[in-house]
Write a protein that binds this ligand. Structure first.
Ligand code: FES
Length: 71
């Protein structure tokens, strides 16, 4: 399912990115572009990322999932 329409990022892509080491939303955005255009996907992307991190046994702190405003 597409999470980020602007950059065609799916939930699978988010999970794969987490499994390959992304542990913060910043890293996810850097690697996929997710959340860097209109921003409407950010809340849902955070949820998917949090679930993926939990699946790996990594606690998802608010700090790590916080989005830093535009670059
Ligand atoms: S839907 Fe993700 S930045 Fe627009």
């Amino acid at each position: 399912m597409y999470i980020c329409i602007c950059h065609a990022v799916t939930d699978s892509t988010i999970r794969e990115t987490v499994y390959h080491g992304a542990s913060s939303f910043r890293e996810l955005s850097f690697n996929t572009g997710c959340g860097t255009q209109c921003g409407s996907c950010v809340a849902h992307a955070r949820e998917v990322m949090s679930e993926a991190l939990a699946g790996l046994g990594v606690a998802a702190s608010e700090e790590k999932l916080r989005v830093v405003s535009s670059r």
